[in-house]
Design a protein around this ligand. Structure first.
Ligand code: NAP
Ligand code: MG
Length: 505
């Protein structure tokens, strides 16, 4: 069976552990306790591979937002967390990472069941990634430092000053994350904030709240004091918006669409919150004429089909030099049509469904718009007739820079391939986008790569690879792809305030 046949294997039954977890009562983590939402409202959660409901989670209302913010404020201002040494913060973050490692198999299964990605990918990317982000950020807890400086303040004859800058935790942070890497995104947000000494309220995406709730159990088990991490499942327009507007929240950290990022940025202005935004992308992959065709084909397939294309850095615009255009496209079509689609828990599956019916419809409507605007489908281009939300890996050619499939983020397994002849022309085309999250260059010519890198407007440029991240590598976007950089030393700027101290001595 492969993508060209329409047969999708049955989703195997989850393990007893996962089955028991998804059947648990809908609860929210507030002040170290699992509590009901006062309204009793719940949100249904689905298995994207079958369309079947698998769980119900609580829909946090304004009252729960108020309680979570109050708990996070109290934990930030005084008590065990506020008094904790950086070394003790480091130790508790490590403890959490060890618990993630202990329960790695269960977490990978849960992530696969809820998001649709394969259990295999969750077990080699998402879960170890979450573990390693906590480990890396744990180390920063003990390395936050300030500076002393000389000043030239005049007007007070004979005066001497002792002047320094301290770096302090920003306070109560609300963190709103998307559905494409639910556990890893939670780790990207929580780990640096906690290392810096902040307290957090995490709101997972409505489609994929389960791994965040399981992480919440591990957070309690690790021994984080009450109120340090609160987890509110709920809807973006209500729970998320209430967090963004809340005067008790000092900072918003958001990953998601550019559209919602703009709404959040505007709303947060009213209370002058600190805001960091990791938003959408339309990342170009530029294949130079000397590139190794096999490497470019494998790279392009990975760049766009990994995680069913639901990756903010997905290589969705493929620019190939005319000299090798046909060969690369032919290879990519071969790769696309041999990818085995199926449910995430089935071992033989290579690519899972999209996360939701809505996302499936959105991706299919983009493919239709591409066809209407003159693009040609040379691989995939359709759903699979099945209750799950599958879309075949799709390659479009005869694309031009004005098409929506070239300009807008599709967030699915759809690549728009274009040919070019001249380097200046491809640089202009690559930068002709509102986004600037990432790009990749494929070449064996070191000098050509180095000359091209500074000309590309993107937060990350990969050479002969794509979609690779590391906790030590700053990540974020130019232009409409966001504000701020996560990971590495850079992320500490997002979770700390600088305090200048000037003392007349
Ligand atoms: P989304 O609709 O922007 O949702 C992201 C999160 O924001 C969800 O938790 C959502 O809650 C919440 N939200 C929605 N409206 C809100 C509002 N008015 N106020 C506060 N919160 C609100 O994005 P998505 O559909 O989940 O993810 C796909 C998009 O995210 C793509 O455009 C992709 O590029 C981008 N993305 C970017 C990165 C990155 O690192 N740059 C990573 C992943 C995804 P609900 O789930 O309840 O709606
Ligand atoms: Mg939504």
């Amino acid at each position: 069976m492969n993508a060209s046949s329409n047969a999708i294997a049955a989703q195997p039954n989850p393990s007893n552990k996962v089955r028991d977890f998804v059947a648990r009562k809908p609860r929210l983590l507030i002040n170290g306790e699992w509590v009901d939402s006062r309204s009793g409202k719940t949100i249904a959660v689905f298995d994207p591979a079958t369309g079947r409901e698998i769980a119900q989670v609580a829909d946090a209302g304004k009252e729960e937002v108020d309680r979570a913010v109050a708990a996070a404020r109290a934990a930030f201002e005084s008590g065990p967390w506020a008094d904790m040494t950086p070394a003790a913060r480091e130790a508790i973050l490590w403890k959490l990472s060890d618990l993630i490692e202990r329960d790695a198999a269960e977490l990978a299964e849960l992530e696969s069941l809820n998001n649709g990605k394969t259990r295999f990918m969750a077990s080699i990317i998402d879960v170890p990634g979450a573990r390693d982000w906590f480990r890396y950020m744990a180390g920063w807890a003990t390395k936050i430092e300030g500076t002393t400086m000389q000043t030239s303040i005049g007007g007070i004859p004979g005066a001497k000053f002792h002047t320094y800058v301290a770096r302090e935790a920003v306070g109560v942070v609300a963190q709103i994350v998307p559905w494409n890497f639910p556990l890893a995104m939670a780790a990207w947000k929580l780990a640096p904030a906690l290392a810096a000494g902040c307290t957090c309220i995490l709101k997972p995406a409505e489609q994929t709240p389960l791994s965040a709730l399981r992480l919440g159990e591990l957070i309690v088990e690790a021994g984080f004091p009450p109120g340090v991490v609160n987890i509110l499942t709920g809807l973006g327009e209500t729970t998320g918006a209430a967090l963004v507007a809340h005067p008790g929240v000092d900072k918003i950290a958001f990953t998601g669409s550019t559209e919602v990022g703009k709404i959040i940025n505007k709303s947060a202005t009213d209370t002058m919150k600190r805001v960091s935004l990791e938003l959408g992308g339309k990342s170009p992959m530029i294949v130079l004429p000397d590139a190794d065709v096999g490497a470019a084909v494998g790279g392009a397939a990975m760049a766009i089909f990994f995680n069913s294309g639901q990756v903010c850095t997905a290589g969705s615009r493929l620019y190939i030099h005319s000299k090798i255009f046909d060969k690369v496209v032919e290879g990519l079509c071969g790769a696309a049509s041999s990818i085995r689609l199926g449910p995430g828990l089935e071992q033989a599956t290579e690519m899972g469904p999209l996360v939701s019916k809505e996302q499936q419809e959105r991706v299919l409507s983009y493919i239709e718009s591409g066809k209407k605007e003159g693009a040609t489908v040379v691989a995939g281009g359709e759903a699979v007739s099945h209750p799950g939300y599958f879309v075949k890996p799709t390659v479009l050619v005869n694309c031009n820079p004005r098409m929506r499939v070239v300009r807008e983020e599709i967030f699915g397994p759809v690549v728009a391939a274009q040919r070019y002849d001249d380097l200046d022309e491809v640089v202009k085309a690559a930068n002709d986008s509102p986004f600037g999250l990432s790009a990749s260059i494929w070449t064996n010519n070191l000098s050509a790569a180095h000359r091209l890198i500074p000309r590309i407007k993107a937060g990350t440029v990969w050479v002969n690879c794509h979609n690779l991240v590391d906790p030590n590598m700053p990540f974020g976007g130019f232009k409409s792809s966001g504000v701020g950089r996560e990971h590495g030393r850079a992320v500490l700027d997002l979770y700390t305030e600088l305090k200048s101290v000037c003392m007349l001595v």
